[in-house]
Structures are given as structure tokens and as C-alpha cells.
Design a protein around this ligand. Structure first.
Ligand code: 9D3
Length: 266
């Protein structure tokens, strides 16, 4: 799978491509990441890619022409082929695991990294197929979001994490063993390893019992409980068994710590 990143900071990506999963995927030929300096597509010798906003206001906006030229060059390489052109922007819809699983089936994908106050809206309207944010926090550009998206898609490529095997295993073991990631829509259960007691901190007895049915139920309950407390939004639409429902009912009936709302100035 080929990723084309359009950015004014191509060097930003070089270091992260030299480590871990991304390095292995690139070395093994599973993924290819091409970095395109947006300034190479500027039409003046100052390599200007931004301009002042119509209507006034602070800051600068990415001009449409260099981005259009960069994307046109990529599209000319794949005549007749349509591929996602993703604009990273704080106004985008949220990136999710479902999108990563959709995009991993593509042969190529382009990522446009914005900066400054933003990108001329005509890129979102006429050039990008998707406008994507990675969450409700303010960054200074789309470079970290682009790197994050590539990591999440590349780890799903066949052969990158030994995926051919684990994909088969998943359908048998994952529903019983518990969720390993968000693909089943629950947060993970807690993990422990040796020593069984460390600085007086124990581990749950059940995990040492060797009773695999009890361990399975404990893990399922902890995953449900953590999800219910921290991310109840994930439970909407999640398929719950009768046992899950009984357990969640029990949690709802439990006495909860009262929520303390600090008064202003504290
Ligand atoms: C200071 C400018 N802000 C005025 C309200 C808007 C703004 C513009 C550009 C805020 C951040 C950015 C740069 N961020 C991104 O390009 C970005 C981003 C993000 O900031 N958060 C989460 N996901 C993304 S994807 C791209």
C-alpha cells in the first residue's frame, strides 16, 4: 500500500519512519510512504504556499493551487483509479478504527497536512474525498495526525503484525478471550504478569486459579465495567449477551462514589 503525504515539513516524517512497525513494514515492502514537499508545487520562486484570508483576520491560509497541483500529479500516476484523498483538519469527522479497516483495503491513499489557520475551503469541497480530525484537541498541523493514521492502517496490512494468522485466530479466540483492541467495541480488560506480588501489590486471585471459564468471565466483566465507566458511548450498539446485561444491571445498581464538582476558584 502506498501513502502519499503532502506537507511543508517532509523531514518531520523521516525520523518516525526509522523505528518499529513503520520501519519494518517499509523495509518488508508491505507499505511505501512517499513524502511530497508542498513548496515544490508553488508557482513562484519564493515557494509561497499560503496567503492572507479573504474577509480579514489573523494568520495565513494554504492557497489552493499548490495542493491541487500536488494531488493532480498523484492522480496522473494512477489513471482511471480512484483512491482516498484525505485532508487532515480540526473540522473533519473523527478518525476511527472502522475507517482504518476500510482504508487498509486501498492500494494507495493521499494525506494532505494543513498548517496555519487552515486550508482554502475549496480543497475540502472539490479535491479531498475525506476531511478527518483525530480528536478534540488543538495541534499546530496535520503532520502528527497523518503519521498516526498511517500507523493505524499499516499495522492492519497482511503480514505486518503476522496478520494472516491473527485474523484467522481472532474469529475463534477473540470473542472468548476478550477484546484485544477496539474492533469488538469494548475497552480491554486489565493485564498482569509476574511477580504475583510486587511491593505488596497483588494481582486478582482468579487469574492465578487456572480456572479458564472463571478467567474468561472475569475478563469480560472487567472489560464491560471499564467501558461502562469510562466510555459508555462505546456500549451504544454493542452486541451484549444476556450474561453481559445481567452484569451491567448489577453495576448500575451498585453504590457509586459521589461526583464532587469543585466550586469556582478552587
Ligand atoms: C489557531 C487556529 N484555530 C482557530 C480556531 C483553528 C486551527 C487551525 C489549524 C486549529 C488547529 C489547526 C491545525 N490542526 C490541524 O491541522 C489538525 C488537527 C488538530 O488540530 N486536531 C485534531 N486533528 C487534527 S487533523 C489536522
Amino acid at each position: 500500500m502506498t501513502f502519499d503525504v503532502i506537507t511543508i515539513f517532509p523531514d518531520f516524517f523521516r525520523s518516525i519512519l526509522e523505528y518499529g512497525l513503520l520501519k519494518r513494514a517499509l523495509a518488508g515492502g508491505k507499505a511505501n510512504i512517499r513524502l511530497h514537499d508542498l513548496r515544490d508545487f508553488a508557482d513562484n520562486h519564493h515557494r509561497t504556499v499560503d496567503d492572507r484570508p479573504f474577509g480579514g483576520g489573523p494568520g495565513m491560509v494554504f492557497k489552493p493551487e499548490p495542493i491541487v497541483k500536488a494531488v493532480a500529479k498523484l492522480q496522473a500516476e494512477s489513471p482511471g483509479q480512484r483512491f482516498p484523498v484525505v485532508l487532515l483538519s480540526p473540522q473533519g469527522s473523527l478518525f476511527t478504527q472502522a475507517l482504518a479497516e476500510e482504508w487498509v483495503r486501498q492500494e494507495r491513499l493521499a494525506l494532505i497536512c494543513g498548517r496555519y489557520e487552515g486550508v482554502d475551503e475549496r480543497i475540502a469541497e472539490h479535491v479531498a474525498t475525506h476531511e478527518i480530525s483525530i480528536g478534540d484537541f488543538v495541534l499546530s498541523g496535520g503532520e502528527l495526525p497523518a503519521a498516526l493514521i498511517m500507523e493505524s492502517v499499516i499495522r492492519l496490512l497482511p503480514g505486518v503484525l503476522g496478520n494472516e494468522e491473527s485474523a484467522e485466530q481472532d474469529s475463534f479466540t477473540a470473542p472468548r478471550a476478550g477484546p484485544r483492541d477496539l474492533r469488538y467495541g469494548l475497552l480491554d480488560f486489565p493485564h498482569y504478569t509476574r511477580p504475583a506480588e510486587f511491593q505488596g501489590w497483588g494481582v486478582p486471585e482468579v487469574l492465578l486459579s487456572g480456572n479458564h471459564e472463571e478467567i474468561r468471565r472475569w475478563r469480560r466483566q472487567r472489560a464491560l465495567e471499564k467501558t461502562w465507566r469510562r466510555r459508555p458511548d462505546l456500549l451504544a450498539g454493542f452486541p451484549l449477551s444476556d450474561e453481559d446485561r445481567r452484569w451491567l444491571e448489577a453495576l448500575r445498581g451498585e453504590k457509586r462514589e459521589p461526583v464532587v464538582i469543585p466550586s469556582s476558584g478552587e
